[in-house]
Design a protein around this ligand. Structure first.
Ligand code: PLP
Length: 404
């Protein structure tokens, strides 16, 4: 089994939790931060703290240059045609809200249809529902099969000329299923609908190419990519961003303000009102470099191997039921334990130093689809190894013995 030799880069792993070495299995909620990212933030605050896009002095110029370099680096990461197609937000949630509030308000009308899937994170459901209540468009849902995959045929049957947007996740944050988003995008395109891809769970392990995907929007968060909190990305196809009105208004996005009226800058500045998370964006650049240095392919291989081992081990427990068995999956496995509430399992694992997530994972419609209120979710990162899987299995066995 591959080892990425990355553990030493993560100070969080040096600590004990409840007397045990930390076994961190919650990377889908947020990835631990490598030294390079932590140091970039503290270095910026110590020596470089200045606002961006305001000129006039050396520190401001340097901060602006570094900030814009990261925009270019993100554009390269996802193969965007141009860095102006990259908008910095505070996370996937804000990126989706930006599309809903700006594109949605301008282009959606009563009677139109937006297609979502049963496996969406609430961040890709609630903003659409809220606007639908106001405007009167309808939401159609792509169903999820027993295997935890999207039903492509059912989706194709739902496509008609009323559909204006198809917004779906690249990978399920609850089940780990990776969707064949290319097929969903091309079918939407053939009906003239726009597409938004929630890429929050795939960025560490996939080489995402927005031009090949041919999506209109793509959203993700830096903190799931070994980067800082409070930084996200919205990719928007240039022609579409240029037709969208501002999402928030204020400084840094205007060309001229008079008492009578305001003229605006072009995207991406149009969508970045106010002072952004400058240290966060700069540190995000270091996170991207960290992933590049290891390589997405190696990370993917490592996490696939560990996930396969985890699934194999869980199968040995008759009291465990894994939810979703798609062969196409990311580093996430969800399961339920006979007669035991997921949060009780989570607590007993935590007492043994093992950090997992329990609950509905912000996907309540998906939980309902599988007839459960929540699951235990294990998600892996570059720092995990076979020993972590063994610790989990040992701790799970102990939890079961205590509880039943
Ligand atoms: N979409 C998916 C698939 C996610 O997994 C998450 C976070 O768990 C989000 C959206 C929301 O991301 P954030 O909280 O960083 O905005």
């Amino acid at each position: 089994m591959t080892s990425l030799g990355a553990r030493a880069e993560f100070p969080a792993l040096e600590q004990k939790i409840n007397g045990h070495s930390l076994v961190y299995l919650d990377s889908a909620a947020t990835a631990l931060k490598p030294k390079a990212v932590i140091e970039a933030i503290s270095h910026f605050y110590a020596y470089e703290a200045a606002n961006v896009h305001r000129g006039a002095h050396a520190l401001g110029d340097s901060a602006t240059e570094k900030f814009e370099d990261v925009r270019a680096s993100v554009a390269r990461l996802i193969q965007a045609k141009d860095a102006t197609e990259i908008v910095f937000t505070k996370g996937t949630t804000e990126s989706i809200n930006l599309v809903v509030q700006s594109w949605g308000r301008r282009f959606l009308r009563a009677g139109d249809v937006v297609i979502l899937t049963e496996m969406e994170h609430h961040a890709n459901i609630v903003p659409w529902q809220n606007l639908a209540d106001e405007i009167g468009f309808h939401i159609r849902w792509i169903p999820v099969t027993d295997a935890g995959e999207l039903d492509l045929q059912a989706y194709q049957n739902q496509l008609d000329e009323k559909v204006k947007m198809v917004s779906l996740t690249f990978a399920s944050n609850s089940l780990g299923t990776v969707n064949e988003v290319e097929k969903f995008i091309s079918a939407a395109k053939s009906m003239g609908a726009k597409t938004l891809i929630d890429a929050a769970q795939v960025m560490t392990i996939r080489n995402v190419d927005v031009q090949k995907l041919n999506c209109d929007f793509l959203a993700f968060s830096a903190h799931k990519l070994y980067g800082p909190f409070g930084v996200g990305v919205l990719y928007g196809r240039g022609e579409i961003l240029s037709e969208m009105p501002p999402y928030q208004c204020g400084g840094a996005m205007i060309a001229e303000v008079t008492k009578e009226k305001t003229t605006f800058l072009l995207p991406p500045q149009l969508f970045e009102a106010g002072t952004p998370n400058i240290s966060g964006v700069i540190a995000f650049g270091h996170a991207i470099q960290f992933i590049r240095d290891i390589s997405a392919e190696k990370i993917s291989k490592h996490e696939q191997e560990l996930t396969a081992r985890l699934l194999e081990k869980l199968k040995e427990f008759s009291f465990v039921r894994v939810i979703g068995d798609s062969p196409s999956r990311v580093n996430i496995v969800s399961f339920v334990v006979d007669r035991v509430h997921p949060s009780d399992i989570g607590q007993l694992l935590n007492q043994q130093g093992v950090a997992v997530r329990t609950g509905h994972h912000c996907t309540q419609p998906l939980m309902k689809r599988f007839g459960v209120t929540g699951t235990v979710r294990v998600s892996l990162g570059v720092y995990n190894n076979e020993g972590d899987i063994e610790e989990l299995i040992r701790a799970l066995k102990k939890a079961w013995e205590i509880l039943v």
